[in-house]
Design a binder for this molecule. Structure first.
Ligand code: SAH
Length: 350
């Protein structure tokens, strides 16, 4: 089993997902024996609210099978990056699938690409990056917190991703990404408290043909600083987005029909199928800033490309970092990703 490729049958050493319902899932290490409190090896029995599961009974079963618990049943699923994101042990705040999928799309990632990431954090984004660039690409991920870096190394080994992921202990804002990363990357992803400090180091890592950069920040002040730095270093097409999920519910509503006949009382009422949209969309996760580094032949000696900045909807005007640094507006749009709930899509299908 690997998080980057599928197989049919469960073997010892795999990770499998025990699916009870969409809100109750567990990642299980497929080991026949595990150490107890006193360090003695005992049979691996996993407890759920529907009774116990002998983990060794899963060996040889097909991923996707329905399995019996002592007081119920569940499904045993092949792990995916998306399932892992919902289950992983949080060592930091993490990115979730809607934001991650926008990052993968905007960074133009596919098998064979080389991507640099910092920080690794809990490895939520790294799993998706690794699966996307597999089998012949590579993710170089950098983390300055020693125990997080160590845990990430162990986890990627367990998930059989070590051939496509390298985790390095390093402070990328102070030390950069290292000489060995020069001219290596197609894309860079930053999820750091001060991403603008890492951008100048990231520039050196891009291949001569340039590439795409993404930065995730929860606060608009971070976005402002990173956009200024990107612009100063010659990035173009700088754009900031926010992913919102908007639930749409299909329902029948009584509407007064329009009638031009003034004698007609009361007004006729008609039933119509409506899809009212939520007006307020809760759940700000963060802003995603994307930009392109052009090929090196089109960069000036200072690395800065003179290009007009695109303004789409909203402008951040008069952003002042310190009294010496005034800038022009950078572009920003707000994006919405609508989601039809399962119930609603079922109704639409029937
Ligand atoms: N995207 C990750 C979460 C990253 S949290 C996920 O989805 O799982 C941010 C991480 O960046 C933290 O683990 C923090 O230790 C690390 N970090 C912060 N500043 C750093 C720096 N200068 N160099 C390297 N790592 C850094």
């Amino acid at each position: 089993m690997s998080f980057s490729e599928y197989k049919l049958y469960i073997e010892e050493g795999d990770v499998a997902i025990l699916y009870i319902n969409p809100f109750k899932m567990f990642a299980i290490d497929i080991k026949r024996m595990i150490p107890d409190k006193n360090g003695r090896l005992v049979e691996n029995i996993f407890q759920t609210m529907y009774g116990s599961l002998k983990v060794n009974s899963l060996i040889g079963k097909k991923f996707g099978s329905k399995i019996l618990l002592s007081r119920g049943w569940a499904y045993i699923l092949h792990p995916t990056s998306e399932l892992w994101t919902t289950l992983l042990p949080h060592r930091t705040q993490i990115l979730y699938t809607p934001d991650i999928s926008m990052v993968l799309f905007q960074l133009d990632l596919f098998p064979g690409k080389v991507v640099i990431e910092s920080g690794t954090g809990s490895g939520s984004v790294t799993h998706s990056l690794a699966r996307t660039i597999s089998p012949n690409g590579h993710v170089y991920t950098f983390e300055f917190h020693e125990s997080r870096q160590q845990k990430a190394v162990e986890e990627f080994a367990l998930h059989k991703l070590s051939n496509v992921v390298t985790v390095t202990l390093r402070n990328v804002c102070e030390q950069g990404f290292g000489e060995e990363m020069n001219n290596k990357a197609d894309a860079v992803f930053l999820d750091l408290p001060s991403p603008w400090e890492a951008v100048k180091h990231a520039v050196k890592c891009f291949k001569k043909k340039g590439g795409r950069i993404a930065s995730f920040s929860p606060c608009i002040e971070q976005v402002q600083k990173v956009c200024l730095e990107l612009k100063a270093l010659g990035f173009v097409d700088i754009i900031t987005m926010e992913c919102h999920q908007r639930e749409l519910t299909v329902s029948e509503k009584n509407l007064s029909a329009m009638s031009l006949d003034w004698r007609e009382t009361p007004k006729p009422v008609k039933t119509a199928l409506c899809i009212p949209a939520q007006e307020q969309i809760p759940g700000h996760t963060g802003f995603l800033t994307f930009a392109t580094l052009p090929p090196d032949f089109s960069r000036s000696a200072s690395g800065v490309v003179q290009q007009p900045v695109k303004i789409t909807e909203m402008e951040i005007e008069n952003v002042v970092l310190d009294e010496n640094f005034h800038t022009e507006p950078v572009s920003m749009i707000s994006m919405s990703c609508s989601d039809l709930s399962g119930e609603c899509s079922d109704r639409l299908l029937s």
